[in-house]
Design a protein around this ligand. Sequence first.
Ligand SMILES: NC(=O)c1ccc[n+]([C@@H]2O[C@H](COP(=O)([O-])OP(=O)(O)OC[C@H]3O[C@@H](n4cnc5c(N)ncnc54)[C@H](O)[C@@H]3O)[C@@H](O)[C@H]2O)c1
Length: 256
Amino acid sequence: MELTNKVAIVTGGASGLGRATTDVLAAGGAKIAIFDLNAELGAEAVKALGEDKAGFWSVDVASAESVEAAVAAVVEKFGRIDVLVNCAGVGPAKKIIDRDNNPMPLEDFSKLIGINLTGSFNVARCCAAEMAKNDLVDGERGVIIHTASVAAYEGQVGQCAYSASKGGIVGMTLPMARDLAKVGIRVNTIAPGIMGTPLLRGMPQKVQDSLAATVPNPSRLGEPNEFGRLAGHMVENGYMNGETVRLDGAIRMQPR
Ligand SMILES: NC(=O)c1ccc[n+]([C@@H]2O[C@H](COP(=O)([O-])OP(=O)(O)OC[C@H]3O[C@@H](n4cnc5c(N)ncnc54)[C@H](O)[C@@H]3O)[C@@H](O)[C@H]2O)c1
């Protein structure tokens, strides 16, 4: 699918990997709708992208009502939805039992799954319903991209909930692509390794260097723009479907 004059929703688009993706998709000619909780960063992004080419919606991806209302508002503003890139996510770590052998509160597990996994499905279901109304062009009506993590495969200590959420995203990629095949919507997932997003770039250089040393080649953190460019390629390459691609410099995470 060509990006020119398409409408793309990017969840988590106010920061990090999502923000980098908005730049790549906008450079390709797409209009951008950012769904995020961070209104301040969202407004900055819209200003940088251009008020006529981008919009911000304060959305909690975990809420059915919030997403349904925002998707309807995007259709009202831009007329259609062609692309969804799901980048909204959180990753607090907690072990299943703490030092005193108390169990992790179940609510912590459910909350993380609710944002990362259910949230990704939630936005996808609403966007797919809109994409299905588009005219078929070159066999396509829409493209959905999710963000997993290498933690889907090699979760570290404290990552039961995070890894389960990302493993769930990897697991739903193929059935979602199969569900949507008849209507011409492709579904792919990116599983990033250690990316140099603001959170990591804010860490002491020593910490960044030691993280970079764990990446075989190239031995550095991934650039958010490298994620954005892969997302852009997934939109443009019409034969890519039902797949999860690791973007990780060949890292395989150790237990800690
Ligand atoms: N940065 C990495 O190294 C890395 C590695 C692997 C996977 N990931 C995944 O990539 C995605 C983006 O990560 P990032 O590093 O860019 O993080 P980030 O914190 O910079 O951006 C995430 C954005 O999601 C938004 N968000 C959080 N909860 C939300 C909710 N309920 N509704 C709407 N928006 C919400 C935040 O406000 C934030 O703007 C996440 O899913 C993360 O798990 C990141």
